[in-house]
Design a protein around this ligand. Structure first.
Ligand code: NAP
Length: 209
């Protein structure tokens, strides 16, 4: 796994791209306005980065991060992501995203909504419950006492393991909560959302949700 595709290159996408490049990954970033609008970001990221369309980022990424407003989920390329691991950082804000019935009535989770759109991909929810500024600055080496723990959920256990290892590389511990049906535990309006805590504290918050 060497190239990470980004659908969305804003606060979280840009931060994750920076962290990934620092660990030796190549990245392809994309947004809704087209590659020409990403020149500045690509220049800042350096030689390991290039810009493309969302379809190119999806097709060329060995692993693809979807990091966009939830209202844009229906536009995420499906065929190009078939068989791939897709990390979902998204959170649902109706004031930004409009009302989405399946999220309002609780019939699915935010990441379940993306998984329904991408039935042939393995969606893993991660990086949604940390502020982008903290993601960019608070990573520390494995084993550092008090290391911040993020949360991970997904229906494919192997995909979850891969994401836990990736999170470790980026400087954080991870708590695996299991399938996407459990991922509400670290959605907005729960204690684990934005919680800066180690594994013990994060595990407790997830259990008490
Ligand atoms: N900011 C945080 O601290 C934080 C933390 C955790 C999770 N999140 C969640 O992660 C997601 C991304 O957040 P963010 O703060 O990075 O947002 P952001 O800074 O507003 O960036 C959003 C990115 O998505 C792109 N985008 C929008 N519609 C698109 C489409 N149809 N196809 C491809 N790209 C599209 C935007 O490109 P254009 O500008 O060209 O439209 C932009 O690059 C959101 O769901 C957010 O709630 C945010």
């Amino acid at each position: 796994m060497t190239t990470i595709g980004f659908i969305g290159a804003g606060q979280i996408g840009g931060t994750l791209a920076r962290l990934a490049i620092a660990r030796g990954y190549d990245v392809i970033v994309s947004n809704s306005r087209g590659p020409a609008t990403l020149t500045e970001l690509v220049a800042e990221l350096g030689d390991r980065a290039r810009a493309g369309t969302p379809a190119e980022a999806a097709a060329e990424g060995d692993l693809v991060v979807v990091t966009i407003p939830v209202k844009a989920v229906p536009s995420v390329p499906v065929a190009e992501l078939a068989g791939k691991l897709v990390i979902d950082t998204n959170n649902y804000y109706p004031q930004r995203d409009g009302q989405i019935g399946a999220l309002d009535d609780g019939s699915t989770t935010v990441s379940g909504y993306l998984q329904q759109h991408l039935p042939t991909s393995a969606v893993v929810k991660a990086f949604n419950n940390i502020y982008f500024g903290d993601l960019g600055t608070l990573g520390v080496p494995t084993g550092t006492p008090g290391r911040i723990a993020l949360s991970v959920a997904g229906d494919d256990p192997e995909a979850r393991e891969t994401v836990v290892a990736f999170i470790d590389e980026l400087g954080f511990d991870a708590v695996d909560v299991g399938p996407l049906s459990e991922s509400w535990r670290f959605e907005k309006d729960h204690t684990a959302y934005g919680l800066k805590s180690d594994v013990a504290g994060m595990t407790k918050a997830l259990a008490e949700a």
